[in-house]
Design a protein around this ligand. Structure first.
Ligand SMILES: C[S@@+](CC[C@H](N)C(=O)[O-])C[C@H]1O[C@@H](n2cnc3c(N)ncnc32)[C@H](O)[C@@H]1O
Length: 311
């Protein structure tokens, strides 16, 4: 039985989305998971409503149970958070929300379920899809079919794995790989130095990101989310690794700027106008006592922006 996912930085999320002071607010939790953040948002005021989205049907089952006390105030939708506009229309017949949350990445339940194939410490199929009902490629598809160069690029770019070429060549030589343990043991057996982390950590992260096209999905979702925010509404994004955080940071910086022309250009020709105000200039990280309670919070970074009245 999977251990329930402990939501990270709940107080900072409630604060960042200004939940306590918004009357009759509509929220989108684009990554509802087991419903931890959503439950906290809904519990903070009795006049709010929330749409919880997730690609994972098992997560939605857990969220349904956890959020049942909120009755009609919550709607759960099995879809990618990139489909937020249609979710808002379908659930509450509105086009914009007061607050949007994206808590990116993988949940504890997903990591603890061997059959999902996310964990290198558990024996399971090499799957790693967030949406097990999708026709999309699995980690086994990638490891067993991609040329070594393409595999190495994935490991290098998405896992920041400095031994990417060695590992990719070893994977190609050992094909076919069927299980998480096949892959983890193969990498561990190469005897490459990885500091304190398990030698397969970066490869598993990279494959998961590739299988779910996670970085491109975040890039697509950020402008969609801004478009779904009311003026004065807030978007909060929690990321768990530097690749994601970089995308969020750069996009927020760009959308908070009044001009994107090169600094030496005397007159603005881009006509870009700021659409958001940065609420967090630096990312918020979890307090020490939370990290002690929940080690997953160690790498979490929260960034928040507010949609401007104009634009
Ligand atoms: C870190 S967990 C969220 C945990 C949640 N905040 C809670 O309190 O339980 C991330 C969730 O996002 C989901 N997910 C990943 N990519 C998604 C996408 N493109 N659209 C919707 N959900 C996604 C995963 O299935 C997972 O359940």
């Amino acid at each position: 039985m999977a251990i329930a996912h402990a939501p990270v930085m709940v107080a900072a999320i409630l604060d960042g989305l200004q939940v306590a002071s918004r009357a009759d607010a509509v929220y989108v939790d684009g990554t509802v998971g087991a419903g931890g953040h959503s439950g906290a948002i809904l519990a903070a005021r009795s006049d709010s409503r929330l749409i919880g989205m997730d690609l994972d049907l098992q997560a939605l089952d857990l969220a349904r149970e956890a959020l049942a006390p909120f009755g009609e105030r919550v709607r759960l939708i099995h879809a990618s958070y990139t489909a937020m506009p249609s979710a808002l229309a379908e659930a509450f017949q509105v086009s914009q929300a007061d607050g949007i949350l994206l808590d990116l990445g993988v949940s504890s339940m997903q990591l603890d379920e061997a059959v999902r194939g996310f964990a290198f410490r558990l024996e399971g199929p090499l799957d790693m899809r967030f949406d097990s009902t999708s026709e999309g490629q699995t980690a086994a598809d990638l490891t067993n079919t991609l040329p070594a160069d393409a595999l190495a690029d994935i490991l290098y770019h998405y896992g920041e794995e400095r031994h990417s070429r060695r590992i990719a060549r070893a994977i190609v030589a050992a094909r076919p790989l069927h299980t998480t343990r096949d892959l983890a043991e193969l990498i561990a057996g190469l005897g490459l130095s990885h500091g304190k982390i398990h030698p397969a950590t970066r490869t598993f992260q990279a494959l998961r990101i590739a299988v779910n096209d996670e970085l491109r999905t975040v890039e697509t979702a950020l402008p969609v989310a801004l478009g779904c925010l009311k003026p004065g509404g807030r978007l909060a994004v929690i990321s768990f690794h530097s690749l994601e955080d970089r995308i969020v940071k750069q996009y927020f910086k760009q959308e908070a700027a009044d001009c994107l022309c090169p600094p030496h250009q005397p007159v603005c020709t881009c006509n870009h106008r700021a659409r958001v105000k940065l609420i967090t200039r630096k990312p918020i990280t979890a307090p020490l006592e939370e990290i002690e309670r929940n080690p997953r919070a160690r790498s979490a970074k929260l960034r928040v922006v507010e949609r401007l009245e104009s634009n």
